[in-house]
Design a protein. Structure first.
Length: 377
């Protein structure tokens, strides 16, 4: 059986029956060169845990993709988090090797490169790679970019795409989230076993505000601003934590259910109080309203890292880097996931984001290009 036929046949099953997780346990900048616009031509280019009763066979859309080369880059490149910017309909792709944040304009199909970020060679898991800009968060008039090479978070003007002031942290940044209600940038800093909170009340100049010590290494982030909660995982402890946005205290600690590999990304449906936790080969669905009880789990192929969820359409987006597969799944009324569509990506393509129209973007880091999947019809 071919890989594509196997994937389609297995995807006919929906998310499995729920189980119960352990109960919750409360836990006691200088100006730099201007941006460069590059026009690039576009080219054409999971299984689930068995339920007690399989869902009826339904059609699963096969998504087609095209690709857009990253400007001035030849693969492989180091790319981690990418982010969609709703106001101007752009996708931000921080690239470590080129020391740039590549900003893809969806309407014009062009990249504009924000240069000036410092880079440095680092060794991880026995391999050397270039560290540099690796994450981004969209604020009010500015986009904040985390740089692992310098342990900085830098402000980029949303309109001019000029790189502004950078703030040095005590540890290298991983994920970034902007909290509009309090004008803060929350940063996961795993090497410091902490969350670092930055004051963004003056949006072009970040200031240090506080550090929340974690009982492990935070990995991934999700913001439930309406509920006043910031979610993150502890990769080394196989746990998911709920942190109060106002008091900066840990409200709850749940088992992530990811076994020895530990959890990666996390996403949240604020209205339905559902938390999605990315394991390396599946997604766990936890009920935040029931002390983190497990609703189900969905197998999406190996190599999962960060995940994306759009609450308005109840759609979860998961890119599995080792399986080279993209999975779109919909959250049902009973807290179960059903697969809507899949697409073939590339080895190493592990973080997906969606735009306002449901189009999906994944970076093929080996070939230094952005894969673009049209929204399923």
């Amino acid at each position: 059986m071919t890989r594509s036929h196997l994937a389609i046949s297995l995807l006919f099953f929906a998310c499995g029956a729920s189980t119960t997780a352990p109960p919750t346990t409360p836990d006691p900048a200088p100006t730099v060169p201007s941006a460069t616009t590059v026009t690039t031509a576009a080219s054409t280019a999971p299984t689930s845990v068995p339920a007690n009763k399989p869902a009826p066979v339904s059609s699963v859309t096969e998504l087609a993709s095209r690709y857009v080369p990253l400007p001035g880059a030849t693969g492989p490149v180091t790319v981690d988090y990418i982010v969609f910017e709703p106001r101007l309909a752009r996708v931000w792709v921080p690239v470590g090797d080129t020391g740039s944040a590549d900003v893809y304009d969806i309407a014009t199909n062009t990249f504009t490169r924000v240069d000036g970020f410092k880079t440095a060679e680092r060794e991880a898991h026995g391999k050397k790679r270039m560290a540099g800009p690796s994450s981004a968060a969209v604020g009010q008039g500015f986009v904040y970019v985390g740089n692992r090479a310098t342990s900085e978070v830098c402000a980029v003007d949303e309109k001019t795409l000029k790189l502004g002031a950078c703030l040095k942290l005590l540890a290298a940044p991983d994920g970034l989230a902007y909290v509009a209600s309090v004008k803060e940038v929350w940063v996961t800093t795993p090497k410091g076993q902490s969350l670092t909170i930055l004051d963004a009340s003056n949006p072009h100049t970040l200031k240090p505000k506080s550090v929340i010590k974690m009982p492990g290494q935070p990995e991934g982030y999700a913001l439930d601003e309406a509920g006043g909660v910031f979610y993150t995982n502890l990769e080394d402890k196989n746990q998911t934590l709920a942190v109060d946005l106002k008091t900066h205290t840990i409200k709850a600690t749940w088992s992530a259910g990811c076994a020895e590999d530990g959890p990666r990304g996390v996403a949240v449906d604020s209205l339905r109080k559902i938390v999605f936790v990315a394991c390396t080969s599946r997604v766990q669905v936890l009920d935040a309203g029931q002390n983190g009880a497990s609703r189900c789990q969905l197998d999406t192929g190996t190599g999962v890292d960060n995940i994306e969820y759009v609450e308005g359409t109840r759609t979860l987006y998961v890119a599995a880097g080792k399986a080279a597969q993209l999975t779109l799944a919909r959250l049902g009324d009973q807290g179960k996931l059903s697969v809507l569509a899949t697409g073939v990506t590339a080895e190493g393509a592990r973080n997906a984001v969606a735009d306002a129209n449901g189009n999906v973007y994944v970076v093929d880091s080996i070939n230094a290009r952005l894969l673009v999947f049209a929204a399923p019809k």
